[in-house]
Design a protein around this ligand. Structure first.
Ligand SMILES: *Cc1c(COP(=O)(O)O)cnc(C)c1O
Length: 398
């Protein structure tokens, strides 16, 4: 028999208390292992579900050409990069991906990271000293909030998308404003023309995290800035990820050549971390080629979004103000959100309940995500499931 290992019943870290508190609040998280490929369907315990929880907005995670690029990359470069980028981990494949992204988005230079979480932390950590100010939207991603609160700089958080509040907080030439293109839990967009204007007027820097806009919005899928007609030159730092619409994994930070040179020297998550495999860089390059030409996928996705919103509103559900594939269905209490998610699961629909602290208290929700890999019939099955749940009184606002 396995020993009980060292437990949390003694020592400096009260693990069991923390876990018990979370369980009491209906906030305990656990993982569910899936089986089979990423796609519109998800297999769990040998049962198939329609997947409305992934961020694979264009249905590229299972794409044959991207898979082939990854496999060919492994044949050419091996499985791993072998070292950090400043040692020997930086290959021609990485360099070409940087150039591809720079050309796609109109950036002078680009740097690759293993994930968006570390890219955000690297940028804030490398730039912000105790003399600086950091202004953040309250709904920014955990990677930005958390790093901001650990750094010696002063952090000010403004109410979500409230440009008057930001304008009141700004001080000239003191630091960095960071917000998102598309907000990950709400699906709405930041007001980028206004953000760019405030940054320019106040002589502060501006950074966009476009994890959920890249690939989905704008001509060639260039993201939120392109969709809103904001020049990349008016945003000092662009960050995007490869694990969502691009269907692979990893992230980039782009901007001026000088910014990238600076990060190569001072971004600790870049310097002291093994580089992403070259094969992954090749797969992302292939994905970008597909994304640029994916107008049909984007049109189909927009059609599904409109169909879903119309159907859900007819059923009396409260949706967020989102025109993107992230469609939050607001429930309120964590327990009710969990129960609804469970009911949908029984109907073969996989929709995650998002609870605090990921979202503010009292705003637990189902985070429904749509993909170009879905068909109209899939959306209709989701609406049927939501109709059943609302007739059973599962609805908070009905
Ligand atoms: C997912 C996400 C990240 C983190 O990116 P990963 O590559 O998954 O680590 C950062 N910012 C936002 C807004 C995200 O949604």
């Amino acid at each position: 028999m396995k020993s009980a290992h060292v437990t949390a019943h003694y020592g400096p870290f009260p693990l069991s208390e923390a876990l018990a508190t979370r369980a009491q609040q209906d906030l305990l998280r656990r993982r569910v292992p899936t089986e089979g490929p990423t796609g519109p369907r998800l297999w769990v315990d040998r049962r198939a579900y329609l997947n409305f929880s992934a961020n694979d907005y264009l249905g590229l995670a299972g794409d044959e050409a991207i898979k082939a690029a990854l496999v060919a990359g492994v044949e050419q470069y091996g499985a791993g990069a072998g070292a950090s980028p400043l040692v020997t981990g930086y290959s021609r494949a990485h360099q070409r991906l940087e150039e591809t992204i720079a050309e796609w988005l109109g950036l002078e230079a680009v740097l690759l990271f293993n994930c968006g979480f570390s890219a955000n932390q690297a940028v804030l950590g490398a730039l912000l000293g105790k003399e600086h100010l950091l202004w953040q939207d309250r709904l920014n991603h955990a990677s930005l909030q958390e790093m901001g609160s650990r750094l010696p700089c002063k952090m000010r958080r403004f109410a979500h998308n409230d440009m008057a509040a930001l304008a009141r907080q700004l001080e000239p030439g003191r630091g960095l404003i960071v917000s998102e293109g598309v907000f990950s839990m709400d699906g709405d967009q930041g007001p980028w023309p206004e953000l760019a204007r405030l940054a320019a007027q106040s002589h502060n820097w501006l950074m966009i995290d476009d994890a959920h806009g890249l690939g989905v919005l704008g001509p060639e899928g260039r993201g939120t800035l392109a969709a809103q007609g904001v020049s990349p030159d008016s945003v000092h730092i662009q960050m995007g990820t490869f694990g969502k619409a691009l269907g692979v994994a990893g992230a980039f930070v782009g901007g001026s050549r000088e910014l990238v040179d600076y990060l190569v020297n001072f971004a600790r998550h870049y310097v002291y971390s093994t580089h992403m495999p070259a094969a992954q860089a090749l797969a992302v390059s292939e994905s970008i080629a597909l994304v640029r030409g994916a107008d049909e996928r984007r049109a189909h996705l927009n059609h599904l979004i409109a169909r879903f919103r119309q159907g859900a509103e007819q059923l009396g559900w409260t949706l967020g103000a989102s025109q993107t594939p992230i469609q939050p269905l607001l429930v309120g209490e964590s327990r009710a959100a969990l129960a609804l998610s469970e009911r949908l699961r029984e109907a073969g629909l996989w929709v995650g309940a998002i609870r605090p602290p990921t979202v503010p208290a009292g705003t637990a929700r189902l985070r429904i995500t749509l993909s170009a890999a879905h068909q109209e019939a899939h959306i209709d099955r989701l609406l049927d499931g939501l109709g059943l749940a609302s007739n059973e009184g599962g609805q908070a606002h009905g």
